[in-house]
Design a protein around this ligand. Structure first.
Ligand SMILES: [Zn+2]
Length: 370
């Protein structure tokens, strides 16, 4: 009898402990959701040193700047920082993207250093985009070439060839919907570098970086300066230089967060005058879900689109783009996007049109009458 009671008591204690742990984890998750999540990505690492100039290693400079940037940001309670690496280890590009996507991050920032055989200097910040030129391509090619060090890279990147300028054209679609936001945070970064640190401004640029292609959120890649330049190299290697660069990056991220807070806050209803959450309807704008883009002209029958009804086709250059849904209600179109994703279009995303002109979703939402 006594042992039975003991057993019962043990089981009871275990259940209580389980319940407390469960509640604790759920609360922690709930709290974490409200935070602005930034993924800081220190380029290279481990067997991949990145660029090397005399005794300066890109992988070390990038990691130090990332850790310092993280420290500045972590002082803000409403920000959560996720790192792709905190040590000198090799992480492949796909894994970096996966870390960001799994964290459901709001922003992805990859940090690197430049090198050149001349005494070139200055900072530049990249977004994934097609306004690329040969010089930008060379920078991206160098950063992308790390995939050759990865196991099975041919399979992982589906035959992507970092040495082919054409190959990058095919990879930009995924980041298209984040282009405006990425450009904005990139410009804030260059602004901080130029105005506050008086660094040489090489501008905001676009090119095809594999690491930026893996993420589903606004993403930038910062070339913090040339380790091959005598002065800049010494600056980037020094603790104070790294601190100043990190602070500038952190400030740019904070400025971007502030911009989002000001533009996208859905106000919680005030206690005294409860009101229903306003529908996000933008008059004069048509939101659609882009489910695919193809050179093939498919008949618009639902059996061609996994059962999605009312798909429309718009010719855009050499491609036919296929759209599902048509509404000025942003929340309704998000539901339709989720439906499309469930029905076999995992990359489906929302686009906005004003008349026949395509505009960014960000711009469309800003047009909403307050
Ligand atoms: Zn690099």
């Amino acid at each position: 009898m006594q042992t039975q009671l003991d057993q019962l008591w043990e089981t009871f204690k275990k259940s209580i402990l389980f319940l407390i742990t469960f509640l604790f984890i759920s609360t922690a998750q709930l709290l974490a959701q409200d935070k602005f999540v930034v993924v800081l990505d220190a380029g290279h690492g481990g067997k991949d040193p990145g660029k090397v100039a005399k005794n300066i290693y890109e992988k070390n400079v990038a990691l130090n700047i990332v850790l310092l940037t993280g420290k500045y940001l972590e002082a803000h309670k409403d920000i959560k920082v996720v790192y792709t690496r905190k040590k000198d280890v090799f992480v492949d590009l796909k894994e970096r993207g996966k870390i960001a996507n799994d964290a459901d991050a709001d922003l992805f920032v990859s940090i690197h250093c430049n090198a050149h055989h001349t005494q070139a200097s200055g900072t530049e910040t990249y977004v994934l985009g097609l306004h690329a030129n040969k010089q930008n391509f060379e920078v991206a090619k160098h950063e992308n070439s790390v995939i050759f060090m990865e196991d099975n890279y041919e399979e992982k990147y589906e035959g992507f060839d970092p040495n082919s300028p054409e190959a990058v054209i095919g990879m930009t679609l995924m980041q298209e919907e984040f282009l405006d936001e990425s450009l904005l945070v990139a410009s804030y970064t260059q602004e901080k570098f130029t105005k506050e640190l008086k660094r040489v401004d090489r501008g905001v640029k676009q090119a095809g970086f594999v690491v930026l292609h893996q993420t589903y959120m606004p993403s930038i890649l910062i070339e913090t300066g040339f380790i091959t330049n005598k002065n800049e190299g010494a600056f980037l290697k020094s603790k104070s230089g790294q601190q100043r660069v990190a602070k500038a990056i952190a400030q740019a991220i904070l400025k971007y967060k502030k911009h989002l807070d000001e533009n996208y806050v859905i106000e919680a209803p005030k206690k005294k005058e409860p009101k229903v959450k306003e529908a996000r309807v933008v008059e004069g704008v048509d939101f659609k879900v882009q489910i695919s883009s193809s050179k093939r002209k498919l008949p618009l029958k639902s059996y061609n689109f996994n059962g999605l009804k009312g798909v429309k086709r718009i010719k855009d250059g050499h491609f036919y783009k296929y759209y599902y849904g048509d509404t000025s209600d942003y929340d309704a179109i998000n539901k339709m996007r989720n439906e499309a994703r469930k029905k076999g279009y995992p990359d489906a995303f929302v686009v906005a049109f004003k008349g026949s002109k395509k505009i960014t979703v960000t711009k469309a939402l800003l047009m909403r009458k307050q």
